[in-house]
Design a binder for this molecule. Structure first.
Ligand SMILES: [Zn+2]
Length: 256
């Protein structure tokens, strides 16, 4: 049993939270018990080195590894001398408040982890925000969702060349007109099924007082820059969401 414990010193060190002093007391009790039985151990040094190498403090581990290298290069060393070196290093690091201080590498990993957590949070917020947007859209125009079963192409949200401003484009079996103040419409520069001349706004009749969620922030999205970001982000995420997101985000105006 004592021999077994001596060969598993590394596990004990982690059990006692890398307290080197406590560790050495434990080792000495084991050795005393072994001697009391008239027994000795010949691989105590190896077992001690194994335990030190498993320690949580990287400065300490590096130091003990150097000691081990010198011993392997035939430098004389007894278990007691080794434990003295370890105890001394432990004491110095403790007194300088350097014991178990995270290494530069640890800190880099911690920083990366926090960036990753932050990005996950933002992605989650983005997805949740989009879901709410879809829901609002359905409440607003429940019957009009049916005809667009395909995802709108990105050119719908881009301003065409000057020469093509008033030219309709065919898509999904319908003619689409670029509707913006430039073409006489009221939309924020997006292809719509209505002619700009027939563009009319929806008054906020179906908005509950005080909420104002649907109209105000959406109008702010204004020029199609903001909407493009959303479209691009959706494509990047590969989220098979409703194809009508563009219109939902453009809300506040009659769209068809
Ligand atoms: Zn319009």
């Amino acid at each position: 049993m004592i021999r077994f414990k001596l060969s598993n010193l590394d596990e004990y060190l982690s059990e006692i939270d890398n307290d080197i002093n406590k560790f050495h007391k434990y080792v000495k009790v084991l050795i005393d018990n072994l001697h009391a039985r008239g027994d000795t151990t010949h691989n105590l040094l190896v077992n001690l080195f194994k335990a030190y190498a498993a320690c949580s403090d990287q400065t300490f581990v590096k130091y003990m590894s150097d000691v081990q290298t010198r011993w392997e290069d035939d430098e004389a060393l007894t278990p007691n001398q080794l434990m003295q070196k370890a105890a001394h290093k432990f004491k110095i690091l403790k007194s300088k408040d350097l014991w178990e201080v995270p290494s530069a590498q640890d800190e880099k990993i911690t920083a990366l982890e926090s960036v990753l957590t932050d990005m996950k949070k933002k992605l989650k917020q983005f997805k949740e925000g989009k879901k709410r947007g879809n829901k609002d859209g359905r409440n607003e125009r429940p019957k009009k969702q049916k005809y667009e079963s395909t995802k709108k192409p990105s050119w719908m949200y881009e301003r065409p060349k000057d020469a093509d401003l008033t030219k309709p484009r065919e898509w999904n079996g319908a003619k689409w007109y670029y509707c913006s103040t430039e073409t006489g419409g009221k939309c924020h520069g997006v292809y719509r099924k209505h002619h700009p001349n027939e563009c009319r706004t929806i008054q906020p009749k179906n908005q509950k007082a005080g909420k104002g969620k649907k109209g105000k922030p959406k109008k702010k999205m204004g020029d199609n820059g903001g909407n493009m970001d959303v479209v691009v982000a959706q494509q990047a995420i590969g989220d098979p969401s409703s194809p009508d997101d563009g219109d939902v985000l453009m809300g506040g105006y009659e769209t068809e």
